[in-house]
Design a protein around this ligand. Structure first.
Ligand SMILES: NC(=O)c1ccc[n+]([C@@H]2O[C@H](COP(=O)([O-])OP(=O)(O)OC[C@H]3O[C@@H](n4cnc5c(N)ncnc54)[C@H](OP(=O)(O)O)[C@@H]3O)[C@@H](O)[C@H]2O)c1
Length: 347
């Protein structure tokens, strides 16, 4: 028992040192056979290509939400380069946001940006009509929907207002469900794919991240239920659970972290403010900044996972693009008894 208890601690302590700054693709691309017993760190880099599994793309069309920046923006360009017709939903297209303008500037017939706020049912309905009417053969439906739009915040439960909980859920969870429900008839017709961008935080909780974690746990549950229901229809549902890629996206910036913290402090109930003190909040800001700084600047493991989910004839149910440290942490947090996992990573 002593051995069993100590070895994960040792691995967890020393593994990050070995893997720091290296971001391998742990998306299970090349270690599929026995989920839960795969060792991506033993997989040579060269075998991580998905090329051999890619099916004919033809004129398949895909809608991606949240294409103004980050994964959505890169994915739109990547899928376009693969030959897809890309409908790139942008939150601020109607205000001329830089991301949507850059995609428009590609001046390609196959790159079509559209105004799409996933919290706005009317915009979603308009998008369904617009995309339905633009498809080459509407009877064949829409091949793919990538629910990527998302927001994030931080703060302990006592620091997080109900408004914040609802705001994050409105985009990440209800936005995903709202968009999926609206597009399912088109996706069903194509026997296509729904790819939901969850997070490693959709598999394990984390202190000061409850408002984000609950939405991503919700996305995971929604995806599972939908997968069971859609199986007889020939529609495949995949979940992509990225690790920390904050260095490469707009999810957090130093200014955003400061702004969230200041607002949180201002809105705190007096008792909580007194009991914890400003010093405590400043420590949390520092921790959040260092978490963001340690993120990978290369989004290709995420983009490759989504591409595989959309193109492989047998896509995986879950993809885990993340570095060794987070991969091991997710395994330990989800497979070992909480009494052990918590001791290693939380307390
Ligand atoms: N980056 C990571 O480390 C990481 C890790 C795990 C999971 N994820 C997930 O990956 C997804 C993409 O995030 P990202 O990291 O690429 O961050 P990002 O650069 O901030 O991209 C998120 C995109 O969603 C858009 N958006 C926000 N609210 C929206 C709404 N109501 N309707 C439509 N679009 C909306 C944002 O638009 P604006 O830019 O105009 O606000 C932005 O373009 C999210 O679901 C996120 O939770 C990210």
């Amino acid at each position: 028992m002593g051995h069993f208890y100590k070895s994960p601690i040792l691995i967890a302590r020393y593994f990050p040192l070995l893997s720091l700054n290296s971001v391998p693709d742990c998306s299970l691309s090349s270690c599929r056979p026995v989920q839960g017993f795969c060792f991506p760190f033993l997989t040579p880099n060269g075998r991580r290509s998905y090329a051999s599994e890619i099916d004919q793309i033809g004129s398949k069309a895909v809608l991606i939400t949240g294409c103004d920046s980050g994964f959505g923006f890169s994915l739109a360009k990547h899928l376009h380069s693969k030959g897809f017709v890309v409908f790139a939903g942008c939150l601020f297209k109607d205000q001329g946001a830089a991301g949507s303008q850059e995609l428009d500037n590609m001046k390609s017939e196959r790159m079509r940006t559209l105004q799409l706020n996933v919290c706005n049912s009317q915009e979603i309905e308009r998008a369904v009509e617009h995309i339905g009417a633009s498809l080459k053969d509407p009877q064949k439906g829409l091949w793919g929907l990538v629910n990527n739009a998302g927001i994030s915040t931080f703060g302990e439960v006592e620091f997080t207002s109900m408004e914040t909980y609802k705001e994050v859920a409105e985009v990440n969870l209800w936005g995903t469900i709202r968009t999926t429900k609206a597009f399912l008839p088109l996706i069903r017709r194509a026997k296509g794919r729904v790819v939901n961008i969850s997070s490693m935080m959709g598999r394990m909780g984390s202190p000061a991240r409850s408002s984000y974690c609950i939405t991503k746990f919700g996305v995971e549950a929604f995806s599972d239920c939908l997968r069971y229901e859609m199986h007889p229809q020939g529609v495949k549902i995949c979940v992509v659970e990225p690790g920390n890629f904050i260095g490469a996206t707009n999810l957090y910036t130093p200014e955003r972290i400061k702004a969230i913290a200041e607002k949180m402090w201002k809105d705190l109930p007096e008792t909580v403010r007194k009991d914890y003190g400003r010093e405590y909040l400043d420590e949390q800001i520092t921790k959040m900044e260092s978490y963001c700084n340690s993120g990978s600047p290369d989004t290709s493991p995420v983009i490759n996972s989504i591409t595989h989910a959309l193109t492989s004839s047998s896509p995986y149910t879950r993809y885990h693009p993340m570095d060794y440290y987070w991969w091991l942490r997710v395994q330990i947090m989800t497979h070992l008894p909480a009494a052990i996992a918590d001791r290693i990573y939380i307390y």
